[in-house]
Design a protein around this ligand. Structure first.
Ligand SMILES: Cc1cc2nc3c(=O)[nH]c(=O)nc-3n(C[C@H](O)[C@H](O)[C@H](O)COP(=O)(O)O)c2cc1C
Length: 360
């Protein structure tokens, strides 16, 4: 099997996945292949052409909630038919290092979900890889220190190169580790579904700009999903819409470190979407035997509660956004979030300009 072109389509919030795509492109170029790197969103908008002879197609993504992020699933669903052309899938995941020990992340169903969609569309999937890069989930934990970051990236580089080298040599790469991850991913499927249906919307409703924000608008201009809007009377402030995927680009690259994920606000928001009216109404309805028996079960309640929760998220966030425009309230939420004290992270060799401009 000989390849003449490598097309890598990637999603990357803080640059890890783009870095891996660049490593793969370098391997391909060294073997005389033409290479093309593009972000999934711009590739989707530009409508991909069907593959030609000699094409190798790679889809690369960060893992979110033990599965593939929604924009990547959507990209795979809308990809052209594969006509038996070759493809591979890579999910970067949250590597960490404790003392001398490297701890792996878990990509769960991410790789095989995208591989399955591609296979159903007629692509011949040649391999999948879950690759540890430094964890970028800085809304949930402090960014790793420079030495850990460097060690994890140094370890990942040859693994990525070998993976593509093997595929270019005609081998299949479905390592035992990928099956273990898939099995664990299936065990954790409820969490992944919960994340896709609700978690990412909830997380996106935690972000706010603290009083250090200079209204420069960099976060809004450079969001890969166009999910941030600068809103309000001057000084304008970023507003996170439902299109946010919590990719951490805004938080990781804000030059003032002004973007926070409100942890105290998260608690209030949780009660705002679960406790009130709809819950009471559904419970009261079930007790009065107005609902058929299955509706009283919690799963059915979840589905009845779902539209209410989304609406409550939107309304509560709009209120929160107005509140944090008041200086002292903003200060209060800033002081009661861990992110205010935590180190930020983006892939060390990646600038915001390179991340945004080079792949449109
Ligand atoms: C919201 C969110 C959820 C994440 N979920 C997982 C996960 O389930 N498993 C994992 O190993 N890493 C997880 N991560 C870590 C990222 O997948 C990982 O750091 C990735 O390399 C980031 O790539 P990027 O810089 O290209 O966006 C998560 C990160 C974020 C921001």
């Amino acid at each position: 099997m000989s390849f003449t072109r490598l097309h890598c389509f990637f999603m990357s919030g803080t640059g890890n996945t783009r870095r891996v795509a660049q490593w793969l492109a370098a391997v391909a170029r060294a073997r005389g292949l033409e290479t093309q790197l593009a972000e999934v969103e711009s590739a989707r908008r530009a409508k991909l052409a069907p593959p030609e002879n000699g094409d190798l197609f790679g889809v690369l993504m960060p893992t979110h909630g033990f599965t593939a992020p929604w924009p990547v699933i959507r990209f795979a669903l809308r990809a052209p038919r594969g006509r038996s052309a070759a493809a591979f899938v890579v999910a970067t995941r949250a590597g960490t290092k404790l003392g001398r020990f490297f701890l792996p992340g878990l990509e769960g169903t991410a790789c095989y979900l995208v591989a399955l969609i591609l296979a159903l569309k007629g692509w011949r999937v040649r391999g999948v890889l879950g690759l540890d890069m430094p964890s970028n989930w800085i809304a949930a934990h402090p960014g790793l220190n420079g030495a850990c970051v460097a060690a994890i990236i140094t370890k990942a580089h040859p693994t990525a190169e070998k993976f593509l080298g093997d595929i270019l040599d005609g081998h299949r790469r479905f390592g035992a580790g990928s099956w273990v991850s898939l099995t664990l991913g299936l065990v954790l499927l409820q969490i992944s579904l919960g994340y896709l249906l609700m978690g990412r919307f909830f997380l996106a409703r935690l972000f706010f700009a603290n009083n250090r924000c200079t209204s420069c608008g960099l976060c809004a201009c450079n969001c890969p999903f166009g999910a941030l809007k600068m809103r309000g009377r001057k000084p304008q402030r970023p507003y996170w819409t439902f299109a946010c995927e919590s990719c951490m680009r805004c938080m990781g690259f804000c030059p003032e470190g002004a973007i926070e994920a409100g942890h105290s606000w998260a608690i209030a928001l949780y009660f705002a979407i679960t406790a009130p009216f709809a819950w009471w109404l559904l419970k009261a309805g079930a007790q009065a035997a107005c609902w058929p028996a299955p509706i009283a079960g919690s799963r059915a309640l979840f589905w009845l509660q779902y539209p209410f929760s989304l609406l409550a998220l939107a309304v509560a966030y709009a209120g929160f956004w107005l509140l944090v425009r008041v200086r002292w309230i903003n200060e209060l939420f800033t002081l009661t979030t861990f992110t205010h004290r935590w180190r930020r992270y983006h892939e060390p060799g990646t600038t915001l300009k390179a991340l945004v401009d080079e792949h449109r």
